[in-house]
Write a protein that binds this ligand. Structure first.
Ligand code: PGA
Length: 244
């Protein structure tokens, strides 16, 4: 399975000009990449950027209608967007997204033919209280409730410990390995071994080019979700290389 390296630009950059510059830089840097590269910019830039697989950072679960401010799965599909990110801890925290809402978004995205990067991960408080596995299990089971075996092939699970996101305090290879193994075990229980082995498990949280290789080569992750470092095309290209 080829590694999948996704760039999560979050609410950056502030202009189309910068978005195009970063995107073109990434395109150049990953030209011969063997990994699957996906760029997830803010939605307003999605129709501007061409030449790499694109993902949206959010969708709404309703089909259409009176939902001011929201974007539907069908709209993204119509723009040839391939992926969406759901369950990100920033959306869980700042927009009160629950497991139930994440589940609705996942099901809608899959129904529309989008691939899903589904984020799960424990906070620092949950980690200190030794609740990591409990949290991962709940988020996985609730988030994937009703997702069929057939649809599960379009899911990647991103293990993103909340305490590691944007902090420079990336998760160790050993701890990532234990989380990846645990997530795989849960997926085997929820589906079966054959299916679970086809679902990519990514790592995210302060990934940089000097720590990225270990997650793929040692921790057993099948890809990376990169935030801050993905706004720097050279750094991002190095991360993509390190995963091959
Ligand atoms: P970071 O973000 O790489 O800036 O820590 C990762 C993410 O939020 O997906």
């Amino acid at each position: 399975m080829k590694p999948l390296i996704a760039a999560n630009w979050k609410m950056n950059p502030s202009s189309r000009k910068e978005a195009r510059e970063i995107f073109e830089g990434i395109k150049k840097g990953v030209k011969n990449a063997k990994a699957v590269v996906v760029v997830c910019p803010p939605s307003v830039y999605l129709s501007e950027l061409k030449g790499l697989a694109l993902g949206a950072q959010n969708i709404y679960f309703e089909e259409k209608g009176a939902f001011t401010g929201e974007i539907s799965a069908a709209m993204l599909k119509d723009l040839n967007i391939e992926y969406i990110i759901t369950g990100h801890s920033e959306r869980r925290k700042y927009f009160n997204e629950t497991d139930e809402l994440v589940n609705k978004k996942i099901k809608k995205a899959l129904q529309a033919g989008l691939k899903v990067i589904f984020c799960i991960g424990e906070t620092a408080v949950e980690k200190d209280a030794e609740k990591k596995y409990e949290v991962l299990e709940r988020q996985l089971k609730e988030g994937l409730k009703g997702v069929t075996r057939d649809d599960s092939k379009n899911i990647s699970v991103a293990y993103e410990p909340v305490w590691a996101i944007g902090t420079g305090n990336n998760c160790s290879v050993e701890e990532t390995m234990s989380s990846v193994l645990y997530i795989r075990k849960m997926l085997v229980e929820m589906y079966n071994r054959e299916i679970a082995e086809k679902i990519r498990i990514l790592y995210g949280g302060s990934v940089k080019s000097d720590n990225s290789g270990g997650y793929i080569k040692k921790a057993g992750a099948n890809g990376l979700l990169v935030g801050g470092a993905s706004l720097n095309p050279e750094e991002f290209a190095k991360i993509v290389k390190s995963a091959e």
